[in-house]
Each structure stands twice: as C-alpha cells, then as structure tokens.
Design a protein around this ligand. Sequence first.
Ligand SMILES: [Zn+2]
Ligand SMILES: [Zn+2]
Length: 381
Amino acid sequence: MERKGKKFCILCGKTEIEKIIVDGFCEDCIKKERKLFEISTEPFSIKVCLNCNEIFSEKKYYNLEKNFHKTIREALSDYFSSGKIKTNSDINLDIQPLLPTNFDDFLEKRKIPVKIRGFGRVDPRLPSYFEEQEVEVKIERIICFRCDKIKRRYYKAILQFRTKKTNITPEEQNEIIETVCQILQKQIKIDRMAYISKIEKNKGGFDIYLGSTSAANLIASTLRDQMGFSMKKSYKKSGVDKSSGKTVYQTTISLRLPIFKIGDIISIEKQDPIQITGVERGKFLGIKLDNLEHISIPIKELWNFQIDVIAEKSSFKDFMILSRTYNSIQLLDMENFEVKEIYTKQLSTDTLKEGLQVKGVEIKNNIYLIQTNDSEGVQSK
Ligand SMILES: [Zn+2]
Ligand SMILES: [Zn+2]
C-alpha cells in the first residue's frame, strides 16, 4: 500500500520510515500473523524407566547416568524434531527443558516445562529474530523392555563352557568370566540386551545365559581365538515375537577347552612331539621339537585328530648349561644335579650360553630344551 508515495502497514498503519514493510504488512504485524514455527497440539510425553533410569522418546533410548541435563535436552530435541514442530522457513530451533539441578528432584517430577526457541525469519527481506514458545512434557514412569526381560531372567543365548579334560579349573573359569565381562562392558553401549541373565554351574563346567545373541557370538569367537575352544552352535525355536510375528530362536554355543594348555607338549595322531606355543586368529601355533619347525594348525581341524598330551608345561624341569661343544650340550639337572648330555645338529643358536638356566623335558630318553621367552628350543638326538 502507498500513502503519499510511502508504503504502510494495512493492519497498524506504520510507514516504511518506522518499520520494514513486506507485502503490505510491517515487521511487527508479520511476526504476529506468521509464526516462525508451529508446535502440534498433541500431549507430549517421554518415558523414564523406574528401574534403570533410562529415558525413552519415540524409538530411541538414552542413558541418563552421565549428564542428565544434556541427555534430556538431546532426547527432547530428537523427540520434537520428529514431526512435532512445523517450521515455516529455514530456522534454528533450540529445545531448552527447565530442569531441576539434581537428578533425584527430576525423578520426582510428573511434568517438565520446555522452552522452544526459534531463530530465523519468515521472509528473506526481514532481519532474523527470536521467537519463543513454552510447552509441557509429561514424564511417564515405566519398566522398560530390557529391565522387564532381565527381571524375568529372559535369555536368547546360552554359552556352555566345558573341557575335553575332566573339569574347567578355577583359573580357566576366571579367565573366561573376565573376558566375558570385558566384552559385555563394551557391548552394552551398542547393544542394550548384552546382559547376563544367569550363570549356572554344571557337571564339568558352567553355562552363561545372555540376553543377546550377537554378544554371545562375539564372546564365543573371542574366547575360541584366545583360549583355543572348540565351538559348536545349535538353535532352538523359543517362541514368536508378539510385535513382529517372527519366530524367535534361542542359540546354544557349546565351547570346549582342549585337553592341553598353551606351553604343553602334545602329539597329533601319535606323531612327533609338538610344543603348543599360542593361539592366534583361530589357529594353534606350535613348534615341532624334532626340527624346531614353526607350525600352525587351524583350531577347527585339530579336533578331528587324536591328540595326546606328552608333557604338561608344569612338568618341565630346570637345567643349567654346563658346557657346549660343536654338537653337544652338557646339562646339569637342577633337581638331582645329575649331568646329562644332549647331542644336537642344530646349535645355530647363540643364546644357549654356558651358565644359562633353561627349561627342558625328557621324552622317550631324549631331552628337549623348551622354548621359553628368553631361550630358544633346541633338539637333541
Ligand atoms: Zn503493522
Ligand atoms: Zn529399564
């Protein structure tokens, strides 16, 4: 509109000298007529678990443990940006819940006021400005899906720890449980169902019941590669998921420890002695004591053969190297001070110096010096 050649507002009459006039309206009247954003009129609510204090908004969950102010703000930002606010142009929204200082006070609240602040403009001819609205968000206290399952001791997978010997030793049990806990501590951050439902002692071993199949698979393969377990999976129908209608399967993973430990000397199919030196990426590493050849055997394959333990690591004896010649070593048995001599073709190693204490084992009248961290094995013939 124009009056004496000047634009003016058709609502309040202000002229372009006083205010910016856009399409016949002044800046102030536009702000009243056209909001930067509109909030839907539905009642707003977020859910907080009575048991674990996790917060749920729509399909996501948020852990409140660390910084509840920041977390609730994040949850509400996601909540309101999922179609609950319509913006009329490109604006920045800031969701600011008015929260009590401490968490316990927050848990007492049935609802919280939330300030929603937008910054932008409805027309590019106007400068940007702030606009604010306040809503209330109800806090529903619930028992979450996960806590409900834990309370009912629900599980999706069972890890059965056994051994091919008689029993799992307390040390082996500790190593297993420690590894399980380490993995679960990491997994729980990405998989909420990675919890232990229960542990049961069993004949020769124990069973761990887990809420998550993927956590169970990760634990099983990690322990196989770390301790040399054999692994066998089986599945069983356990019901139908009410929400998806899909069949739910329960996984059982049977893990068996070998009859030998790392460091022990074994024979495969009654062949020459091999010292097992480690487990790496699904393979046993070993040294053939006869020729010091390094070998690796896939864990899976090893279980198809007959394995005998010839000498346990704990039975290795201490010897001292008394003297060396071109092709022999004189050893002092540190237990009974008997002097023994071994003949060897392979004295390439310089580490076997006189005066050095070494570990050795007697197998069928041969003494084999055993690889430890500070000496190399050597064969005798
Ligand atoms: Zn106006
Ligand atoms: Zn919960």
